[in-house]
Ligand binder design. Structure first.
Ligand SMILES: C[S@@+](CC[C@H](N)C(=O)[O-])C[C@H]1O[C@@H](n2cnc3c(N)ncnc32)[C@H](O)[C@@H]1O
Length: 220
């Protein structure tokens, strides 16, 4: 437990300024800018630049052979993950919307990523994930419908090899999760997800305040 003086010392600065600073630290090139534009044209919210940068770092650090993403959008997070993965790694991305998958493939092509490194799977993640092989992935990234995040995280843990990483985006629900006054169903589901991952002995879990909150958990 953080003591009150320690909490006051840590919180003595305006955290929103630091948050903006860390998001701006992650500079993006024209390929990512175009993928962002494509996302907004489709009405999809891509990961923030800060989250994208964390994904690249985690993908590089995990030395992943195989990574899977739930929620392709127009490919912003996919490009960030692929830029961190070793050249031989295969990236699987799942989306229920074929237009989004088409846009993501266009973004990957513009990023110069070979198509044989990418597997795009159309379909609802609830139906697709159970078909993927146990313990075959080093990185699982969840960025789809929040209501099912717990289900995807459970499947994600099953898919991970020991040492692999589970990453869940939008984990703080626009600051609602930390405020007990908010009792919306999605917020409650996310609190449930935090409790489940925090108490899961198979995992070492943390929540980063990057973007709208990023859960990062390692499979022991
Ligand atoms: C927030 S966007 C993903 C953004 C993407 N990760 C990025 O950074 O570019 C969420 C995506 O999840 C997809 N999605 C929502 N519910 C889904 C489900 N049940 N199964 C599969 N995909 C789903 C949506 O079609 C949408 O493309």
């Amino acid at each position: 437990m953080v003591t009150e003086p320690e909490r006051k010392r840590i919180m003595s600065t305006d955290k929103s300024t630091s948050w903006s600073y860390t998001e701006a630290f992650a500079s993006e090139d024209v390929v990512l800018e175009r993928a962002r534009e494509r996302s907004f044209e489709l009405g999809v919210t891509p990961v923030s630049p800060g989250v994208g940068a964390v994904l690249t770092v985690l993908a590089a650090a995990s030395k992943s052979h195989a990574a899977v993403e739930i929620g392709s959008g127009a490919g912003v997070s996919g490009i960030c993950i692929l830029r961190g993965l070793p050249g031989h790694a295969v990236f699987t991305t799942i989306d229920r919307d074929v237009e989004h998958l088409k846009a993501a493939r266009q973004s990957f092509a513009e990023a110069g990523i070979r198509s044989n490194r990418i597997r795009t799977i159309p379909g609802r993640a609830e139906a697709v994930l159970p078909r993927l092989t146990d313990g075959a992935y080093d990185l699982v990234f969840v960025d789809a419908d929040k209501a099912n995040a717990l289900l995807y995280a459970e499947q994600g843990v099953r898919l991970l090899r020991p040492g692999g990483l589970l990453v869940v985006n939008d984990a703080l629900d626009r600051d609602r999760v930390s405020n007990p006054a908010h009792r919306e169903p999605t917020t409650m589901r996310l609190r449930e997800l935090h409790r489940a991952l925090g108490s899961d002995e198979r995992l070492a879990a943390s929540i980063l305040p990057t973007g709208d909150g990023l859960i990062v958990a390692a499979r022991r």
